[in-house]
Structure formats: C-alpha cells, structure tokens
Design a protein around this ligand. Structure first.
Ligand code: ZN
Length: 256
C-alpha cells in the first residue's frame, strides 16, 4: 500500500493519551479532492488522519502522533457532542475529547457507507498499517474487534448518526484483518535428538502474535521467542525415542 502525503494544518496534541481506537467515517461527498480541500482548510478546523478514495488511493493528512480533528467530544453536558452521549462505555468513562485517543479514517462516500471493492481492500490494509504503527510508536496493540474498530456515530450519535452509515462494512474489515498469511521455514518432518532442540521460524502478517502448540502432550516443550515481526519457536524433545507430535499455530482471536 502506498500512502500519498497530503498534510493538513488541522491537528493538535494528544495530551499524553495513546491512540487505541480506529474511527471510521464517510466524507458525505463524491470526490477525494473535495474532501481533501475541506480537511486541509484552516478555516474549517476539521481533519482526519487518512482519506481512502473510491479507487483505493490512500492519503495521509495528519501524523499518527497528533490528534486529528475528526470526532471531538465536548465536556459540556448541554452540548450535542457531549462525551456522555456516546454509545461506547470507554468514551463515556474517559470524560475527555475523543480526538486524543483515536485515529480517524475518512472514506469517500456520499451516504450509506457502502465501499467499492478497491476501497474496502485499501481500508483493510490501512487498518493493518495503523495497528502496526501504533504498536511500534506507542507499544499499544489495538484489538481486532468492534469495540476498537468503531464508527463516528458511536462516539457522537446525536449529530453524526449517519457516519459512516448503516452499510459500512465493519465485519468485512474485521474479517480481512483476521486473515493472516503465515509462512514457516519448516515443512515436513523434523527429527530432534533428546538433549538437542530445533528452532522453527514463522513469518508473515501478525506472525509474532502466533501461539505455537504441540498436538500431542509430553513429547516436546515449545519456547516461543518474538524476533521483530517474526515468531521463533524452540522445540525441545521431552518424550521417548520414536515419539512424534504435530506442531500447530493459532492467532489469538483470529483465524488459524
Ligand atoms: Zn464522521
């Protein structure tokens, strides 16, 4: 995925908050150019971190360590954007501006939230990129769930009930994020002598989140080692000569 930089002057401090939620929006307009013009206009005082066009082009307007001005919540109870009106407990409990702890994606779409195939594919890649970058920058792992991959309407149900819209494909995005392609450097059967060990290496998207297990008990112990994006697993025999076990990988909360 290539990201086109299109900086906006509209952003602020996170005031010490770490981002842990991705908020999805629609532009309520038909062109990326129109959206970029509004989101980069200092007089409008609005922005988002990213805009995803219908053809899958991704624009970045605001750096991830800055707060975009996409879904600010008010601390005044009479305000229609009061945090206390959010449908999300986390937003209510934090009692502060939701821009501080969120990352916002605008999708070019007039209404309803349906995305083109190119746009959906780009948005899944972008969500994955954001999750990886937030982990790198802040040490925070954004869970792949609807509690953390959310819509503007859940933060502000009063004035933004239709952003990103009833057809917005949350489930397809979550499913896309859970699909992982893991490569192992080992295939077939490996013989390991007692007193020796073997290190298998798994790489691919989210490989370092893998859980490596043995199919048969009391044959091997497995020592997991995270090395960058890869997962290494030292496999140590503890059984009798001739014992054998399959080795399996699973992703927490995701597909095997
Ligand atoms: Zn919105």
């Amino acid at each position: 995925m290539t990201i086109q930089q299109h900086p906006s002057p509209n952003h602020g401090s996170r005031y010490g908050w770490k981002p842990d939620r991705i908020v999805n929006h629609i532009t309520a307009g038909s062109s990326a150019a129109g959206a970029l013009a509004v989101l980069c206009d200092p007089a409008r005082e609005v922005s988002a971190h990213f805009v995803v066009d219908k053809d899958g082009t991704v624009y970045q307007l605001v750096a991830l360590d800055r707060a975009a001005w996409a879904n600010g919540t008010s601390t005044t109870p009479s305000d229609s954007r009061y945090y206390g009106r959010s449908t999300l407990a986390a937003v209510r409990n934090r009692c502060t501006n939701a821009n501080y702890y969120t990352i916002s994606i605008e999708h070019v779409c007039v209404s309803g939230g349906e995305l083109t195939a190119e746009q959906l594919a780009a948005s899944i890649k972008l969500h994955r990129y954001i999750i990886a970058e937030v982990r790198r920058l802040y040490g925070v792992t954004i869970p792949v769930s609807r509690e953390y991959i959310i819509g503007h309407c859940e933060i502000n149900p009063v004035t933004k009930p239709n952003c990103p819209g009833a057809q917005f494909p949350y489930d397809a995005i979550l499913e896309g994020l859970r699909q992982v392609e893991i490569r192992s450097d080992t295939s077939g059967t490996v013989s390991i002598k007692r007193g020796d060990f073997y290190t298998a290496k798994f790489s691919g998207t989210n490989a370092n989140q893998l859980i490596v297990t043995a199919g048969t008990g009391d044959v091997v112990t497995i020592v997991p080692i995270n090395r960058g994006a890869d997962k290494l697993a030292a496999i140590v025999p503890i059984g009798k000569p001739g014992d054998a076990s399959g080795i399996y990988t699973t992703v927490p909360g995701g597909a095997p």
